[in-house]
Each structure stands twice: as structure tokens, then as C-alpha cells.
Design a protein around this ligand. Structure first.
Ligand code: C5P
Length: 281
């Protein structure tokens, strides 16, 4: 797909055209009666100046939590810095967001003790925030607080794991196209294809769980800044942003992602991620 400029894409998105050029009926046609986000407090925040053509539209901002250590990878460096197709994993992710004409700013949340980020090249519209926390939730929450004075409460935040280097410009555009008019927000996810077993806790299958209506969550997860910060601050022990909204009774929109956007977790995932990135799988 050819990359269009921001004004062109945003105009298409907000005029109801088919911005992602999918050319086929949307698969997410179930109706999602959502709750009222107006119940959530919206702090008053000054926004950054914008071009007149898109002055009043919410911005799309990437927030990449990258303060984990990735202990299951067993690498010498935190997994987001492991080399993949010639550069650190996180550099692929930062580059994709930085290349997207839809994304106004990219914020990367790293650990205050991070010794690796300074070796990476600087990228346009990208800022590093040294405010990572003990959990992914804490890192995202700290990042949202850190940018609070630089964004509008209604700006859309796309939270994306540093460990998902398979994200493409097309997936970013598709997510935004499907979610920008949703009252709650949404996320990339893939329908579950395997038969799912619930174990007895000792590696014996106890039950087969119907995979109908089951989706595996991916990122980016896209929510407006103020409701997202509020939802994360009032939830405990969550592993993604959508679940904070689900706990409050909201129903984030599911947008079909891609298996290529999987989370690199185990050493053997590196080879597959590399094949995808080199375009040979
Ligand atoms: O560990 P896991 O793969 O689930 O982490 C998902 C994402 O959250 C990664 O990008 C990781 O760097 C980030 N993370 C974080 N702060 C933590 C733990 C994880 O930013 N304390």
C-alpha cells in the first residue's frame, strides 16, 4: 500500500471513505452497546498547535512501554534490545510509528536505569521517557502521566508493546480507521484458531473451551488519553489496557490484526520474527 500524507489520510478517515483500502466488508459488524465514557473525569490539558486543516481533530500518539526485562528470553540484554534483522527489536517498532504519517508523536517508556536506549539513533517526533515502573501497567500509567501536559484529553493513545516488532503501517492505519469513531476505543486482536484446553493445573486436560467468540489480544490498544489514564489508575493487576475498560463495563472494539504482530517471548520466537521482518515468511 502506498503511504499517504497525514492530511490526506486524516481527511479520508474523518469523511467516511475506505481509508485502509481494504475493499471488502468490515468483519467487525457486531454491535457493541458501550457504556458512557463521559462518566470518567477529564482533566483540562493544553494541546500542541496543529495545522489548520486538522486543527480540531484528535491526534494519534504512540506510547511504547519498553521497561521490561524479558526474563523468558534468556538474553544478555533486555529482550526489546535483542538484535533482530540487523537492529534492536525496539528500533523496528519505533521506526514503524515514526514512519507513519498518521502518528503525531511517539513516546517510549524505558526504565530509569536503562543503559541501551542512548545507543539507538534519534528518530523524528520521538521522545524517550525514563519513567518505567515495576509492571507493564505501571510503565504505561507513568508514561500517560508524563505526557499529560503535552496532549489533549481526547487525543488517541496507541499503546504498543516493544516486543511486537511485526507491526506494520497498514495495521496502524486499519486500527485507527476502525476505532476512531468508537466511543470507548479498541485493539488489534486475532480470532483464536486452535482448540483450547483448560488444564487441571498439572498438565492434564480437564475441559475443552469453545473457541467461538475467543480472540487473542494484540497491541496497539487505542484509547483516549484521559479515560485511559483514569481506567488504568482505578484497576489492579491488568495485563492490557482493554481489560481496564472491560472491568468498568465497557466493550472495546476488536479489530482483526495479523499473526505477524505476535509478541516475541521465547528464544525460538526470534527466528520467526526475523523471517517476517525480512519478508521471507
Ligand atoms: O513482559 P511482556 O512481554 O509481557 O511485556 C510487554 C511489554 O511491556 C514489553 O514491551 C515490555 O518492555 C513492557 N514492560 C514495561 N514495564 C514493565 C514490564 C514490561 O514497559 N515493568
Amino acid at each position: 500500500m502506498t503511504v499517504k500524507n497525514q492530511d490526506e489520510i486524516i481527511n479520508q478517515l474523518f469523511n467516511g471513505a475506505d481509508p485502509v483500502g481494504l475493499g471488502h466488508p468490515r468483519r467487525q459488524q457486531e454491535s457493541y452497546p458501550s457504556g458512557h465514557l463521559s462518566q470518567l473525569p477529564l482533566p483540562g490539558v493544553a494541546g500542541l498547535p496543529r495545522s489548520p486543516a486538522i486543527m480540531n481533530l484528535p491526534r494519534f500518539i504512540a506510547l511504547i512501554p519498553a521497561a521490561g526485562v524479558g526474563s523468558r528470553m534468556g538474553t544478555a540484554v533486555p529482550k526489546q534490545y535483542a538484535a533482530l534483522a540487523g537492529k534492536p527489536m525496539i528500533q523496528h517498532v519505533m521506526q514503524t510509528f515514526s514512519d507513519s504519517p498518521l502518528i503525531d508523536a511517539v513516546y517510549v517508556v524505558i526504565s530509569p536505569e536503562d543503559d541501551y536506549m542512548s545507543a539507538l539513533p534519534e528518530m523524528p517526533r520521538t521522545r524517550i521517557l525514563r519513567c518505567g515502573g515495576a509492571t507493564r501497567q505501571a510503565s504505561v500509567t507513568n508514561g500517560l502521566r508524563a505526557i499529560q501536559q503535552s496532549v489533549d484529553p481526547d487525543d488517541w493513545i496507541l499503546v504498543h508493546d516493544a516486543a511486537r516488532p511485526g507491526l506494520s503501517l497498514e495495521l496502524i492505519e486499519k486500527l485507527i480507521a476502525f476505532v476512531k469513531d468508537d466511543p470507548v476505543g479498541g485493539l488489534l486482536a486475532v480470532p483464536v484458531v486452535d482448540t483450547i484446553k483448560r488444564s487441571d493445573g498439572h498438565a492434564h486436560a480437564e475441559q475443552t473451551v469453545s473457541r467461538e467468540h475467543l480472540w487473542a489480544a494484540q497491541t496497539p490498544q487505542m484509547f483516549r488519553h484521559a479515560p485511559l489514564l483514569s481506567a488504568l489508575q482505578s484497576s489492579e493487576n491488568i495485563t492490557d489496557e482493554a481489560s481496564a475498560f472491560e472491568r468498568m463495563g465497557f466493550k472495546p472494539r476488536l479489530v482483526e490484526g495479523s499473526p505477524r504482530n505476535f509478541k516475541v517471548t521465547l528464544p525460538e520466537d526470534m527466528l520467526l520474527a526475523e523471517l517476517y521482518l525480512k519478508g521471507s515468511a
